[in-house]
Design a protein around this ligand. Structure first.
Ligand code: P6P
Length: 334
C-alpha cells in the first residue's frame, strides 16, 4: 500500500529550503490547510446544510454574497487570526484590509491576500469552486500593517496557492521552488502529495474563454479565437474549447493538461474582471513556476504595480507558447 507524504510532512521537509526559517511560514501554510479542510466539509454538503444560496448581502464588489462565500471568508480569517503568523488579511469579501491585532499577530511577518471562495455563483449547481491565496512578507517593521504592506508586486510573493473543491479536493501551491499538488484524503483528513513538481506543457490544445463576450473583445483576442477554431492538422487545430466559469477549475485543468485561459479587458470591463491581488497574481505565480506564462496582454502579471486593493486586470495565463501567440496578436498594429 502506497503511503503518501502529507502536506504537513512536506512543509516541514521543505522548510530547509529557507535557511533562516524559524517555522512561522510553515505554521502559516498549516493554518491555511486547516481552514481549507473546514471549508471543504461545508462545500461537500452544501446541498444539505442551510448554506446554499444567497446570503442576502452584497460584497465590496457589488456582487450578491453566497452563504458559503461568507462562511469561507470567516473560516480563513479565523484560522489566520488564531495561527498568529499573519498580521493583515486582504479578502475579496471586504472593502478594507483586516488587521489582526492580537498580541501574537500584530507583529507577525506575513500578509495574506485571499479570495475565500472564487466562482461561488457555481455552488448551487454543484460546479467546482475554489479558494485562491497569495502570501507576502510585510514591509513595515512593527505595529499595525498598512496598505503598502499589501500592495506589493506579484513578483515578490513569498508563496501562492489555490484549493479546488472539485471531484476531489486539492491544494496546489508554490513557494518559488516549483509547484506541488496535494489531494485531500477524507479517510484520514489529510492533504497528501499526489502531484509532485507540476509542469504545464509549453503548448496545449485547450482554450478557455467566455465567448459570450466575443463582440466586446479586443481585435487580437478575436483573431486568436479564430486561430483556435481553424482546421490545421499539423498544429492539432481546431483546439478544444473548455470554459467552466470558475477560475481555479479552468486554471487547474490547463495546468495539468496544457492550455490557455483568457479573461480579456472588454468594452464593458476596460480593466478586465479578475482581481490582481487575490486572483491574477497568485495564479500567475503558480503557472510561471510550472513553466507557463501569465500576462495582461502587454506586461507580465507579476510585474504589474498594484495601486488599489481590488483593482482588476486582463489575464492571459497558461502554456507559454499559447500566451505568447495571444500577446503577438494583441500587439499587432490594427
Ligand atoms: P464570467 C467567478 O465569478 C469569476 O470570478 C472567476 O472564477 C471566473 O473565471 C470568472 O469570474 C467567470 O466570469 O464573466 O465568464 O462569468
Amino acid at each position: 500500500m502506497t503511503v503518501f507524504k502529507t502536506l504537513g510532512q512536506f512543509i516541514i521537509e521543505k522548510q530547509a529550503d529557507f535557511p533562516y526559517a524559524k517555522g512561522e511560514f510553515s505554521r502559516l501554510l498549516r493554518d491555511i490547510g486547516i481552514a481549507a479542510k473546514i471549508v471543504n466539509r461545508e462545500v461537500n454538503k452544501a446541498g444539505l446544510a442551510d448554506i446554499l444560496g444567497a446570503a442576502g448581502k452584497v460584497n465590496i464588489q457589488g456582487e450578491g454574497q453566497q452563504k458559503l462565500d461568507v462562511y469561507a471568508d470567516e473560516q480563513f480569517i479565523a484560522a489566520l487570526r488564531s495561527g498568529g503568523e499573519c498580521c493583515v488579511v486582504a479578502s475579496e469579501e471586504h472593502e478594507n484590509p483586516i488587521c489582526i491585532q492580537s498580541e501574537v499577530s500584530k507583529n507577525a511577518k506575513y500578509v495574506v491576500c485571499i479570495d475565500p471562495l472564487d466562482g461561488s455563483s457555481n455552488i448551487d449547481v454543484n460546479v467546482s469552486v475554489g479558494t485562491v491565496f497569495s502570501i507576502y512578507r510585510r514591509i513595515s517593521m512593527s505595529g499595525e500593517a498598512t496598505l503598502s504592506d499589501i500592495l506589493q508586486k506579484g513578483a515578490v510573493q513569498v508563496a501562492a496557492g489555490y484549493i479546488i473543491y472539485g471531484s476531489s479536493t486539492m491544494l496546489v501551491y508554490t513557494t518559488g521552488k516549483g509547484v506541488n499538488g496535494f489531494t485531500l484524503d477524507p479517510s484520514i483528513g489529510e492533504f497528501c502529495l499526489s502531484h509532485p513538481e507540476i509542469k504545464i506543457p509549453a503548448q496545449g490544445r485547450i482554450y478557455s474563454v467566455n465567448e459570450g463576450n466575443y463582440r466586446k473583445f479586443p481585435e487580437g483576442v478575436k483573431k486568436y479565437i479564430k486561430y483556435c477554431e481553424e482546421e490545421d492538422e499539423a498544429t492539432g487545430r481546431p483546439y478544444i474549447a473548455r470554459y467552466i466559469g470558475s477560475l481555479v477549475a479552468d486554471i487547474h485543468r490547463n495546468l495539468l493538461l496544457g492550455g490557455v485561459f483568457l479573461y480579456p479587458n472588454t468594452s464593458s470591463h476596460a480593466n478586465g474582471k479578475l482581481r490582481l491581488m487575490y486572483e491574477a497574481n497568485p495564479v500567475a505565480f503558480i503557472v510561471e513556476q510550472a513553466g507557463g506564462k501569465a500576462s495582461d496582454g502587454v506586461q507580465r502579471i507579476l510585474d504589474l504595480t498594484p495601486t488599489e486593493l481590488h483593482q482588476r486586470t486582463a489575464l492571459y495565463c497558461g502554456s507559454k507558447d499559447m500566451v505568447e501567440r495571444i500577446e503577438s496578436y494583441l500587439q499587432e498594429r490594427t
